[in-house]
Design a protein around this ligand. Structure first.
Ligand code: HPA
Ligand code: ZN
Length: 319
């Protein structure tokens, strides 16, 4: 029996396995610049976040109909459930689809069709978090929030992803204020490739409740102190960090040091179809690479439920 856990950092578009990509390409008459699934997998050699994002957004061309999004989400839930996931808070990137003339309603309703059956079919409860692409203008994010208004009953929060460096959180101050006034929860990617100052800015300016990644927090002892004191959750993605070259090897990953420092860290898969494993695989890999004890694995699983937007009626705020 795998440890029951929650997954809090998972991009649904990042669960698009090469085989499903080819099946959808055929169904939707989309030509892919790869011979087959195996050829596509061979292209998964990334040098940094941007080199991944270029391929990732390109492959999304195969996602066109609500059924495509339903199939994608259902496949994720089946795989996640098999690895012990009981609750998942799932990111999606509306702008990556609306830019290709796929309406936001098609995306949300397609995903929701699978997620609404997640408990019954897979024993996994879910929430949806809509991410803004931080390398797009803030006006585009605001327009996306506006376009999402008819679908907010399916959406519990907002996040911030895509190319980090040069796009500090403060760029989205007004968008996050508007999201908060709509009753949405707030998270943001910060400190994946960007500096520790982006983590502090996401807390101070955007008022986020969790930091996605937060890997580079360890460079700033005062920031670590603050994150520990306030028990701000960090949703780490160790396999992603290796594949995108944020750390050299899994053995070099600061996960254990971060736990030892008293940080509320969780372990997640980010984009499992691209980075070599779903969340159970990730638990297994960090256990081996960092010689984690069973108690430490249980702490990580417990942290995942503590950091989830479950049973917390009110947004978590810094005191
Ligand atoms: N970082 C930023 N944007 C992303 C990521 C990530 O790890 N995965 C998918 N979009
Ligand atoms: Zn991510």
């Amino acid at each position: 029996m795998p440890l029951p856990k929650a997954e809090l950092h998972l991009h649904i578009e990042g669960t698009l396995e090469p085989e499903l990509a080819f099946a959808l390409a055929e169904r939707n008459a989309v030509r892919l610049p790869y011979a087959d699934a195996e050829d596509l997998r061979k292209a998964y050699l990334f040098s940094d976040l941007q080199s991944f994002l270029d391929l990732y957004y390109g492959l999304m061309a195969v996602l066109r109909t609500a059924e495509d999004f339903t199939e994608l989400a259902d496949a994720y839930l089946a795989r996640a459930a098999a690895q012990g996931v009981r609750h998942a808070e799932i990111f999606f990137d509306p702008q990556a689809h609306t830019a290709r003339d796929v309406p936001i309603g098609t995306v949300v309703e397609g995903l929701a069709h699978a997620l609404d059956r997640g408990e019954e079919r897979h024993g996994v409860s879910t929430q949806l978090i809509m991410c803004f692409l931080r390398d797009q203008p803030a006006e585009s994010a605001m327009a996306t929030l506006d376009a999402a208004k008819p679908y907010l009953h399916h959406i519990s929060g907002v996040g911030l992803d895509s190319a980090e460096v040069g796009h500090p959180p403060a760029k989205f101050r007004e968008v996050y204020a508007a999201a908060e006034s709509l009753g949405l929860r707030k998270v943001a990617h910060a400190g994946e490739e960007g500096p520790p100052a982006y983590i502090a800015e996401a807390l101070d300016v955007l008022g986020v409740e969790r930091i996605d990644h937060g890997l580079r927090a360890m460079e700033d002892p005062d920031l670590v102190d603050r994150l520990v004191r306030r028990q701000i959750p960090l949703t780490l993605c160790p396999l992603s960090n290796v594949r995108l070259r944020a750390v050299d090897t899994l053995e070099d990953h600061p996960l254990r040091a971060m736990m030892d420092a008293g940080l509320l860290v969780t372990v997640n898969s980010d984009d499992p179809a691209y980075f070599g494993g779903y969340v159970g695989d990730t638990f297994h890999a960090v256990r081996e690479a960092l010689s984690l004890s069973h108690d430490q694995l249980r702490t990580l699983a417990r942290n995942s439920f503590q950091a989830a937007f479950l049973d917390h009626d009110e947004p978590r705020r810094e005191r």
